[in-house]
Design a protein around this ligand. Structure first.
Ligand SMILES: Cc1cc2nc3c(=O)[nH]c(=O)nc-3n(C[C@H](O)[C@H](O)[C@H](O)COP(=O)(O)OP(=O)(O)OC[C@H]3O[C@@H](n4cnc5c(N)ncnc54)[C@H](O)[C@@H]3O)c2cc1C
Length: 445
């Protein structure tokens, strides 16, 4: 197993549960496992440095928590509303919506985010007069075609940008938002989304959950199960086929193996598999860098609305921050003694911010917080968490290209998994690690 992020940890865990006699080794380059999941103490509470929750509308992460005995520790966010910063003001995100796609014209009009013409385009779609879009297209093509540029740029882009750090015109519909793809060719896109929400009975249920104590607890539980099968500070340099199986080059020595799951970012996987032609496809999956700046303030320091889980920022607003989560309001278990904000920066097309020094980053964020929340006083605590190349870009056709790599590797004993392959997010990575482990197990039997 290469890579100790959630996909690699899940794959190793699954192999061990399928057959406890299997000899499983997990090699992780850094000095900790978890990859893009990391929870540390901040202002007296465990606060996530990257992912802070996972979707509950798909089963994979919740099921894994249940299997690990964490299900009774899961907590949901407070459910306070979120808003969008656009044209120098915060606007409520119209509800109901699906990832920013508004479903009710009246709520959209009341948000003040878009013009009357944009509200009319939603009415037009609701009436079933939309133009079907190929589900292989980008999110931008779908939303522009169905609902127009304003709804895309002021609502969907901030949400998609906040979750995937991507530009909707560049990202594959089917890989990124399968629920959009499933509704893309219905006569009314928005009615199809609303009906799917009703069918799932999820419109009012919490969409996200996290273990009390942070997402890091999921990593801790997996680490605990895997014990000394995890090797930290172990850099894998290549994985290649030999006459008797596989050879894994790790830290200058060669380890023989019958099978190997590679759960690293795609660019690394392509290097490790340089001897296998199909793996070249992986090199083309680039990734966007983001950072999370966490700040704590005394309550009196903040003028802005705090009865909110946070806000997203429209691209045209001229701010650097892409989102601000009010962690202390979003997660009641974090306590209310101070205001804790998690500010995100970095998105596709904004490479400069990834390279900015800590001092520049802090200056820019404090300016943005003064503009949006009227915070002039310095924070009492602050930390910067940098996540270079952490958001893979899923260009149209991504899933087909990854399926081709997977089938070219079939029978070789090598399986690929993780966010670069089938999609971002903890549940999808859990599913992908689990599937890679099951494919590997079938081959070994
Ligand atoms: C800031 C941020 C916020 C996020 N928020 C959320 C959220 O709220 N909810 C959600 O569901 N998802 C969120 N995500 C996405 C989610 O965290 C990721 O999709 C997921 O954790 C990726 O897991 P992975 O195992 O595929 O990859 P990674 O976590 O990238 O793990 C890959 C591992 O491979 C190791 N590795 C690389 N090269 C080698 C090598 N040569 N040898 C050995 N090891 C190697 C790396 O060190 C790393 O530990 C967020 C991501 C970020 C960055």
């Amino acid at each position: 197993m290469v890579g100790g992020g959630i996909a690699g940890l899940t794959a190793a865990h699954r192999l061990v549960t399928l057959d406890s006699d299997l000899d499983v080794d997990l090699f992780e380059r850094s000095d900790r496992s978890g990859g893009n999941i990391k929870t540390t103490e901040f202002a007296g509470h465990p606060v996530d440095e990257a992912a802070d929750a996972f979707l509950t509308r798909v089963p994979w992460a919740v099921d894994l928590c249940r299997e690990l005995g964490l299900d009774d520790r899961l907590v949901a966010p407070s459910g306070l509303p979120a808003s969008i910063w656009h044209e120098d003001a915060l606007h409520p995100i119209p509800t109901p919506n699906v990832l920013g796609v508004p479903l009710e014209p009246e709520a959209l009009a009341a948000s003040g985010l878009v013009s009357g013409a944009a509200v009319d385009s939603l009415r037009h779609d609701r009436a079933g007069n939309g133009r079907p879009v190929d589900h292989q297209d980008s999110i931008g093509t779908l939303i522009r075609g169905r609902l127009g540029d304003e709804i895309l740029e002021r609502l969907v882009d901030p949400l998609i940008g906040g979750i995937y750090a991507a530009h909707p015109d560049d990202v594959s519909l089917v890989t990124t938002v399968p629920q959009f793809a499933a509704a893309a060719d219905a006569p009314s896109f928005t009615r199809a989304l609303a009906e799917a929400q009703d069918r799932a009975g999820t419109a009012t249920e919490p969409v996200f959950a996290t273990p009390r104590g942070g997402v890091g607890q999921l990593v801790d539980a997996l680490e605990h199960r895997l014990g000394d099968r995890i090797h930290l500070n172990a850099v894998v340099e290549s994985v290649s086929a030999t006459s008797t199986g596989l050879a894994i080059e790790v830290d200058g020595r060669t380890q023989a193996a019958d099978a190997c799951v590679i759960a690293t970012p795609a660019e690394t996987a392509s290097r490790l598999l340089a001897s296998i032609p199909a793996a070249a496809t992986l090199a083309a999956v680039d990734a966007v860098s983001v950072s999370i700046i966490t700040l704590a303030f005394d309550r009196e320091a903040v003028d802005g609305p705090l009865e909110s889980s946070g806000f997203l920022v429209s691209r045209s607003s001229g701010l650097t921050m892409t989102a601000c989560s009010v962690a202390s309001a979003k997660w009641p278990h974090l306590g209310h003694d101070q205001v804790v904000l998690r500010v995100s920066v970095g998105r596709a097309g904004d490479d400069a911010i990834a390279a900015a020094s800590d001092a520049t980053l802090i200056d820019v964020i404090r300016r943005d917080l003064a503009t949006t929340l009227g915070i002039e006083r310095p924070p009492t605590d602050m930390r910067i968490s940098r996540w270079p190349h952490s958001f893979p870009r899923y260009r149209p056709g991504h899933l087909e290209r990854m399926a081709a790599v997977t089938s070219a590797l079939a029978g070789s004993g090598i399986a690929i998994a993780g966010a670069s392959t089938t999609g971002i997010g903890i549940p999808t990575c859990v599913k992908s690690g689990d599937a890679a482990a099951r494919r590997t197990y079938e081959l070994l039997r």
